[in-house]
Design a protein around this ligand. Structure first.
Ligand code: E4P
Length: 220
C-alpha cells in the first residue's frame, strides 16, 4: 500500500518525508488556503520535497475551463496529478485530460456508482472519502470494499486512493480491503508507529545492556 500525506503544509511534508515512507501528497483547495500561498506556487514547492504523485485540484467547475486549468497544473511538474471533482463537468474533463495522457485524481467520491463512472472516464486515481461518510452515519469503509470489488470485476486500472482517513483503523481497514493508496494527515501517519510494547521493550533492552556494561541508555 502506498502512503500519501494529505496536507499542503511544507513543514509537515518535510517531517513525513524524513521518515522514508511517503509516496505522494494530496492537496485540496481548503488545505492550500490554510497555507496562504497560491495553488501553483505551493504545489511546486511540494514537488521539490516529495518525488511521487502530487495531487493539485482545479478551481473551475465547467468542463472547458477545467481542461484548460488541468493542462496548466500538469505543466508545473511531471509528478502533478490533476484533481477533479466528481461532477458531470469534472468527469467530462477527466475523459479529455486522460486521453491526452494527463493523470487525473477524481475526488469527492461518495458512492460506488460514482467510482464506476470515474473509472470509465479513465481516472488514474479515485478518491472515496471514508471519514466524511462516517460523519453522516454511513460506513465509509464499505465504500472502499465495494469499489475495490467492482474495479477487480472489470480489471479497471484506476487506483483506489482511500481518502478522508481519520485514524490508524481507517488505514488498516483500507489496506485489508485492497486500496492501493491511503492518504492521511501527518498526525494519522505518526499514530501508525505507536505501540506501547515497542517503547516498553526498547527501554528494557537498553536498561539490561546498560546494567551489564555500565552504559547509559541513549536519551529518546
Ligand atoms: C483527499 O484528497 C482529501 O483532501 C481529504 O482526504 C479530505 O479529508 P477530510 O475529510 O479529513 O477533510
Amino acid at each position: 500500500m502506498k502512503f500519501f500525506l494529505d496536507t499542503a503544509n511544507l513543514d509537515e511534508i518535510r517531517k513525513g518525508a524524513s521518515w522514508g515512507i511517503v509516496d505522494g501528497v494530496t492537496t485540496n483547495p481548503s488545505l492550500i488556503a490554510r497555507e496562504g500561498r497560491p495553488l501553483k506556487e505551493q504545489v511546486a514547492a511540494i514537488c521539490d520535497i516529495v518525488d511521487g504523485p502530487i495531487s493539485a485540484e482545479v478551481l473551475s467547475t465547467e468542463t472547458a475551463a477545467m481542461i484548460a486549468e488541468g493542462r496548466e497544473l500538469a505543466k508545473i511538474h511531471k509528478n502533478i496529478v490533476v484533481k477533479l471533482p466528481l461532477i458531470k463537468d469534472g468527469i467530462a474533463a477527466c475523459a479529455a485530460l486522460s486521453k491526452e495522457g494527463i493523470r487525473v485524481n477524481v475526488t469527492l467520491c461518495f458512492s460506488p456508482a460514482q467510482a464506476l463512472i470515474a473509472a470509465k472516464a479513465g481516472a488514474y486515481f479515485i478518491s472515496p472519502f471514508v471519514g466524511r461518510l462516517d460523519d453522516i452515519g454511513h460506513n465509509g469503509m464499505d465504500l472502499i470494499r465495494q469499489i475495490v470489488a467492482i474495479y477487480e470485476n472489470y480489471d479497471f486500472s484506476t487506483q483506489v486512493l482511500a481518502a478522508s482517513l481519520r485514524g490508524p483503523t481507517h488505514v488498516i481497514e483500507s489496506a485489508l480491503a485492497g486500496a492501493q493508496i491511503g492518504t492521511m494527515p501527518l498526525k494519522v501517519m505518526e499514530q501508525l508507529f505507536n505501540h506501547p510494547l515497542t517503547d516498553k521493550g526498547l527501554d528494557q533492552f537498553l536498561k539490561d545492556y546498560g546494567k551489564a556494561f555500565g552504559t547509559q541508555p541513549a536519551a529518546r
